[in-house]
Design a protein around this ligand. Structure first.
Ligand SMILES: N[C@@H](CCC(=O)N[C@@H](CS)C(=O)NCC(=O)O)C(=O)O
Length: 222
């Protein structure tokens, strides 16, 4: 077996999802090690003391420990869908998503941990970003323009999380364009491929090949 990069990942983590999507789209194979955030393996902590996922360990020992950097690395390696076009990963959309939007999303999702305000209040703050996205998607099918690119991919797992907090509210929320955009991603073969379930990684094991079926995981437009 070739010396593949190792990806420490957690299936439901939105940062890990965006990284897995870029890896799968690029067609690069890695050994995925599914971890539990509550009980991280010492190998992950040794590779990356900041202890967040995703972390990619390259065969030369280089550590890539930010999801956007994993995306950049994968897409620089191979970018068949031209997701990096126009320096997509430098987009203000991503900094707004990972900054303010994520801040309010966490409070909306775990409102009981932040009793100063109601879940609805947190949701309304998060909706400022969703409304901007709705306006953007009223002018083009994808955030990145006429075709999906890395900006769309980077945002998608977080919008999915937002929509999933109160699905019945989301279904009637006034964001038809965002809703359609989200459905496109949710129904994509690429998303199914990256959400394949893996057993928890056990120390001493190499990990599982990812994507699970490269023919499905490789270049698939949403
Ligand atoms: N800036 C990091 C954030 C990654 C992150 O916060 N991941 C979460 C899981 S979604 C994590 O690992 N948290 C550590 C923990 O829960 O212990 C990135 O983009 O990769």
């Amino acid at each position: 077996m070739p010396d593949l990069p190792i990806l420490y990942s957690f299936r439901r983590c939105p940062y890990a999802m965006r990284a897995r999507m870029a890896l799968a789209a690029s067609g690069v194979e890695v050994m995925l090690r599914e971890v539990l955030l509550k009980d991280k393996p010492s190998e992950l902590l040794a590779a990356s003391p900041k202890a967040t996922v995703p972390v990619l360990v390259l065969s030369d020992g280089q550590i890539i420990e930010e999801s956007l950097d994993v995306m950049q690395w994968a897409l620089e390696y191979r970018d068949p869908l031209n997701w990096l076009g126009g320096k997509a990963l430098d987009s203000d959309w991503i900094s707004a998503c990972d900054g303010d939007f994520k801040h309010w999303l966490d409070r909306y999702k775990y409102a009981e941990r932040y009793p100063e305000h109601t879940a609805e209040g947190y949701r309304q703050n998060a909706e400022a970003f969703i409304q901007r996205l709705e306006n953007q998607l009223s002018g083009s099918e994808w955030v990145g323009g006429d075709a999906a690119n890395a900006v769309d991919v980077a945002l998608f797992p977080f919008i999915r999380q937002f929509a999933g907090v109160e699905p019945s509210w989301w279904q009637q929320a006034p964001y038809p364009k965002v809703s359609q955009w989200l459905e496109n991603w949710l129904n994509s073969a690429l998303f199914s491929a990256i959400m394949a379930k893996y057993p928890r990684w056990e120390s001493g094991q190499p990990g599982e090949r990812f994507p699970p079926n490269p023919d499905r995981g490789a270049p698939i437009n949403p």
